[in-house]
Design a protein around this ligand. Structure first.
Ligand code: SIN
Ligand code: MN
Length: 286
């Protein structure tokens, strides 16, 4: 599957591309069936909300065969290559749980700011896809986007003062846990100020990404996005994969985030056929 010229042009102008019903119900069922085991795994890759509910699980494409196949589907990788005009590799993979009543907010941010500042990614030649495993609607904390905001480039933000002055011991722990934890929680390390946000919204507006399970959103690493907490009684699990250009490898850092947050394997990603998920129906391929 390749994107049309019109789709590519829409993405370049708006910083995102929505593909409703991009995955079939049977494929979503294969991925949903993995979640109990993925969420139950006690691992540093699993981040919890303040309530103790699962917020995010990282790098399941390394530990789970269905998510490995998903992340390498030609249907996702070929458009990512088209949009980034090069081969790609997976910089980050995460499952955002946003569970009913407990799933907390994601403050406004540009992903690239984190990947640049925390991981040493040189340029914004990076995009993410989000696949909805469950319906996303007005009530369960949909992702909010500022269309066109990617064109502003990375808007530099200093770490929030409580994190810039954190006491860090020799093991990299501070009072908030691992030093990288505030790059992942509801209280984010880099916060855009209200005036800058207001200017962006006055210029570009806000829209909400809503749709049925199977909906896929491609979005630029510099596009501002956020989501509110989930006040509905229904979960809204989605999977996000960040594809980076192989021509944009991370700089070496003295104290990098773990590779489950920022991969340092820059080899070009190989694709698997679009049927690869359906082939797993009814069988165990672990
Ligand atoms: C994010 O990962 O930046 C938020 C996406 C979401 O709302 O699930
Ligand atoms: Mn994000």
């Amino acid at each position: 599957m390749c994107l049309t010229k019109e789709q590519i042009e829409f993405y370049r102008q708006n910083g995102f591309l929505a593909l409703p019903d991009y995955f079939r119900t049977a494929e979503i069922e294969v991925l949903m069936a993995q979640l109990p085991a993925v969420f139950a795994e006690d691992s540093p890759r699993r981040i919890l909300e303040k309530s103790g509910a699962v917020r995010t699980v990282f790098a399941s494409h390394v530990t789970n065969e269905a998510f490995r196949r998903f992340s390498q589907l030609a249907r996702l990788v070929a458009p990512a290559r088209q949009l980034l005009e090069s081969d790609v590799y997976i910089h980050q993979f995460k499952i955002n749980a946003k569970v009913a009543l407990e799933g907390d907010q994601w403050e406004w941010h540009q992903d690239f700011l984190y990947w640049h500042k925390e991981d040493g990614m040189p340029a914004p030649r990076v995009l993410s896809i989000a696949l909805f495993l469950q319906e996303v609607n007005d009530f369960n904390g949909p992702m909010l986007l500022i269309p066109g905001s990617h064109k502003e480039g990375m808007i530099d933000v200093s770490p929030h003062e409580k994190y810039s002055s954190a006491m860090v011991d020799a093991s990299g722990q501070d009072t908030h846990g691992p030093i990288w934890m505030p790059t992942l929680t509801a209280d984010l390390k880099y916060k855009i100020d209200k005036q800058t946000l207001a200017k962006l919204v006055c210029k570009n507006n806000i829209c909400a990404a809503t749709g049925r399970a199977g909906f896929v959103l491609f979005f630029d690493g510099n596009m501002f996005h956020a989501s509110a907490n989930n006040l509905s009684p229904f979960d809204r699990v989605s999977v996000c994969v960040a594809y980076n250009s192989v021509e944009n490898p991370l700089h070496e850092l003295s104290n990098p985030r773990p590779t489950f947050l920022a991969s340092r394997d820059f080899s070009p990603l190989e694709t698997v056929p679009d049927e690869a998920l359906l082939e797993m129906r009814g069988g165990s391929h672990e």
